[in-house]
Write a protein that binds this ligand. Sequence first.
Ligand SMILES: *[C@@H]1O[C@H](CO)[C@@H](O)[C@H](O)[C@H]1NC(C)=O
Ligand SMILES: *[C@@H]1O[C@H](CO)[C@@H](O)[C@H](O)[C@H]1NC(C)=O
Length: 533
Amino acid sequence: MAKFGRLGPGRMAFKVTLVFCTFSILTLLSILQFAPSRLILSEYPVRLSPLQIARTDAIVAAFQHAWDGYSKHCFGHDTLHPVTNTCEDDFGGWGATAIDSLPTAIIFEKENVVIQILEFIAALDLNKVKGGRRIQVFEVTIRHFAAMISAWDLLNGPFSYMATGPSLRSALYAQMVRLGDILSCAFDPRSGVPRDWVDPALCETDQGVQNTLAGVGTMILEFARLSDITGNQTYAKLARRAEEYLLRPQPASGEPYPGLLGSFISVESGQILGSQGSWGALADSFYEYLLKAYLYNSDLYCFYVERWLVAADSTIRFIGSHPYGHPEWTFLPSWDGLNLQNSMESLSWFAGGSFILGGMVTDNQTLVDYGLSIADATGAIYESTKTGLGGEFVTWTTACETSDENPCDPKKSIHISDGRFRLRSEVLETWYHAYRATKDPKYRDWSWAAFEAINLYCRTETGFSSLENVHAEDGGGKSNVQESFVFAEVMKYIYLIHLETAQFHVQDSRAGTKNTWVFNTEAHPLRIAGPPQ
Ligand SMILES: *[C@@H]1O[C@H](CO)[C@@H](O)[C@H](O)[C@H]1NC(C)=O
Ligand SMILES: *[C@@H]1O[C@H](CO)[C@@H](O)[C@H](O)[C@H]1NC(C)=O
């Protein structure tokens, strides 16, 4: 607590938010009511307008197109290169694309694909790793592990009529638990901090001395869910113990602003190493999961949302900035201690959605509006390029910097400093949340425009490829990468923004509706275990 005193605002946010964490008789009652046996039957399929039907059909067709390409050329491998039709095993060869696609295939009601993937999972030997001995804990947790858990929840909930074969379902369960046990090997027995590489056959880790904020702080949802499904709290306890170091960070220099941390953790001591950080790579989903852990179980993970609110408050007060001439748009610089750098990478665009979700959950319009100002900045960037797609990095100026060739022009205050398009989903995720909060059709239209641009510039015979340059007429050429998140996230968020109602949709407590599902950072919906928020 003393540490919040270093900068006053954090303490204030902390006080304000305590109200979310008061355990009351009411919350107790709602836990009792929310017994798993009381599954709400699907409101799905739902009535859609002709425009929505045309769009969702086109997205499902795009999924099928890419699935067919992967399935024909690389089924069982991790990744298809969609220009050369060559395969890569970049995640240990456990069919990352197949497994990561499973929840999307379920939600799109592609039962043949669902069964094909479930059969693959049933036959997978998790002791064997292709091209080495180790798997990467962070990537396998958010992709394979979360996809299996999500599939379990979806198939036992709104999609219970699909893939009903009992042997497929019990194999999914067994592999999900086996994978949870493998990932549990990552945690250092002394400190409890996980390392990032595990040998599944020997249950041994690498000897790395540090991990990232995201690597340590992106396990709580998946591990807690496995514990609640299996009734074995071992998994949740492992993730919670590691997270403690991030919730109460030491030393003080590792938390340059209240709630905002440096990006590396010592495995031995759990201390934060350095004070460089951002809402982007190495850190991103740590912040995302502070909020989402609370959504998952609002009784157990109250302190997590308090910390998210502190981080959000600091971001507004000390970090966020507006490009010259556009006070209505917000960008989030990275930090090195108290120095800020006006550069934002596409991974960190999810922050808009996180602010919007946090604002909806805590009924705070300031937070929703702040998230929308980030969403609108990304929309402006997408609209500004020749392809209609955003790049990998943007930089901006906050003051009018006049020179001979650069008169004071608001149009020139934002610059795409890295024009590659890597088919990332974070912008689509933020627009999805923006739509859920506002129902403003502009977010649907942006999402659809991005889909059309992807179809136009990225589509190949077998899938969708990354691009070299969003500013070139033709996208600057295809760079031959189609990560599994194209199936897991890109397709799903574009689809979901056009779907009127679904059990697993993000809800808006300002409108009196509560979340009964929560999306992991790879867009895999998990059923929540605590009182809905
Ligand atoms: C819970 O899971 C852990 C890790 O797999 C295992 O060692 C333990 O035996 C399990 N406990 C029970 C009661 O099944
Ligand atoms: C809403 O969030 C803002 C930003 O963190 C904070 O200043 C304000 O006090 C919050 N409002 C309420 C009612 O909690």
